[in-house]
Write a protein that binds this ligand. Structure first.
Ligand code: URA
Length: 421
């Protein structure tokens, strides 16, 4: 078999056989397929798509490309959750402690930033000392002892996805339904949870923009999960506007702490209650979704979810004093205020543009090897539906360079759609 022929076949819109998909994925892992051939095939898949069977075969090949995690040492039902990626999406760090505080076991493997979206692992690493590369034994031990652990996709878990994920990020091939489905579900299957909750993001800041695409993605992923014997639920949630006010790694951890203490933005809090309710229900700690919602809300009001976050941080080597006193987080040196040029009602804030502006400030990676500035990012000062006067601050920027702030301002001014009245 030759990679050239496989690329050629997909370029012409034909269906790849399971053996061809397997050949590619083996070559990605053992290094016999160079990045330029994988990039070409990814672009061909981006344009030509894949059948549901091909996407299923790709998922299985990627899930089998490395280790399969055995979580059987943890009693009870293990629940995992995955978001298909958004801007300001910090839900994992809120709902994992909420669900764990309600007795659900959360063994969570998360990713780094991809494209204009942030990644849970980058955000967690902005907490000094926080280790996301726990050994498998330590990971299992933490879930058994405190109910939750969030680790990076380290070691030999889905090495094919690890390589392809990084390659897609820099070759404009992220926004493909079969590639997203295979990437997400291969990790979910290999990481061993019994039940999976998928948060499928739709809108300008998501990788899929329309309701039809989101429904298609949700249904492919659900069917791949069920075929692998995992009960899988998918929620489709809005990502036209950024979630919450903060975009950027340390800034988002601060907003996580506020939300777990009942002081978070309404959009973020409402979504987290809904996601946590599904996890609590999937984990059979509630007999209905309504009961799950009540338990999720109580975990915030009675302080148990915030206490659980501190336990998780401490068990993974993080400095809990930063969680207790958020002013300790070192934000980037340059603080810049972006002012509104007109008065009126904010009709929308384009989430993708916000993600790109945050990346421009240093909060995300522009290439596979770029360094992240954990203290960089944006605090939005106004949300959709609010009124603003010309000259009032719309957003605050944090960066290490004034030039980056000016470049981000150019992008973000366009993101605010203001109805003049
Ligand atoms: N999240 C993933 O894990 N993979 C994708 O392709 C997109 C979002």
């Amino acid at each position: 078999m030759r990679m050239y022929d496989i690329i050629h076949k997909k370029r012409d819109g034909r269906v790849l056989s399971p053996q061809e998909i397997q050949f590619w994925i083996e070559g990605v892992v053992n290094g016999t397929v160079p990045d330029y051939q994988s990039s070409a095939l990814l672009m061909a898949i981006y344009y030509q798509g894949m059948t549901d069977d091909e996407a299923g075969e790709l998922t299985v090949a990627m899930a089998n490309s490395g280790e399969q995690v055995d979580l059987s040492a943890i009693d009870g039902i293990k629940v995992d959750k995955h978001s298909t990626g958004g801007v300001g999406d910090k839900t994992t760090m809120i709902i994992a402690p909420m669900a764990a505080a309600c007795g659900v076991s959360i063994a969570k493997m998360s990713g780094r930033g991809l494209g204009h979206t942030g990644g849970t692992i980058d955000k967690l690493e902005s907490i000094p000392g926080f280790k996301t590369d726990l050994s498998r034994e330590q990971f299992i031990e933490n879930v058994k002892r405190i109910g939750a652990a969030v680790v990076s996709q380290s070691g030999n878990l889905c090495p094919a996805d690890k390589k392809l994920y990084a390659l897609r990020d820099v070759t404009a091939t992220v926004e493909s339904i079969p590639l997203i489905a295979a990437s997400v579900m291969s990790k979910k299957i290999a990481s061993g949870a019994d039940r999976i909750l998928l948060d499928v993001k739709k809108g300008s800041g998501a990788f899929v923009k329309t309701a039809e695409q989101a429904e298609k993605l949700a249904s492919i992923m659900k069917s791949i999960g069920e075929k692998a014997g995992r009960k899988t639920e998918a929620m489709i949630t809005d990502m036209d506007n950024p979630l919450g006010y903060c975009i950027g790694n340390a800034l988002e951890i601060i907003e996580v702490c506020e939300t777990l203490q009942g002081k978070g933005p309404k959009d973020l809090t409402d979504l987290c209650v809904e996601l946590a309710a599904h996890m609590i229900y999937l984990g059979e700690r509630a007999s209905s979704l309504e009961e799950g919602r009540e338990k999720a809300k109580s975990s915030i009001t009675n302080g148990s979810a915030f206490a659980k976050l501190k336990e998780i941080v401490s068990a993974q080597g993080g400095d809990v004093s930063y969680i207790e006193d958020n002013s300790l987080f070192p934000l980037s040196a340059i603080h810049y205020e972006m002012k509104s040029i007109q008065s009126g009602e904010i009709q929308s804030i384009d989430a993708e543009a916000c993600g790109i502006a945050a990346m421009t400030l240093g909060a995300g990676r522009e290439t596979k090897t770029s360094e992240i500035d954990y203290g960089a990012g944006i605090i939005l000062c106004r949300k959709k539906g609010e009124h603003v006067e010309a000259g009032e601050v719309l957003a605050k920027f944090y960066s290490e360079s004034k030039e980056k702030c000016l470049a981000a301002e150019k992008i973000l001014q366009q993101a605010f759609k203001i109805k003049i009245n």
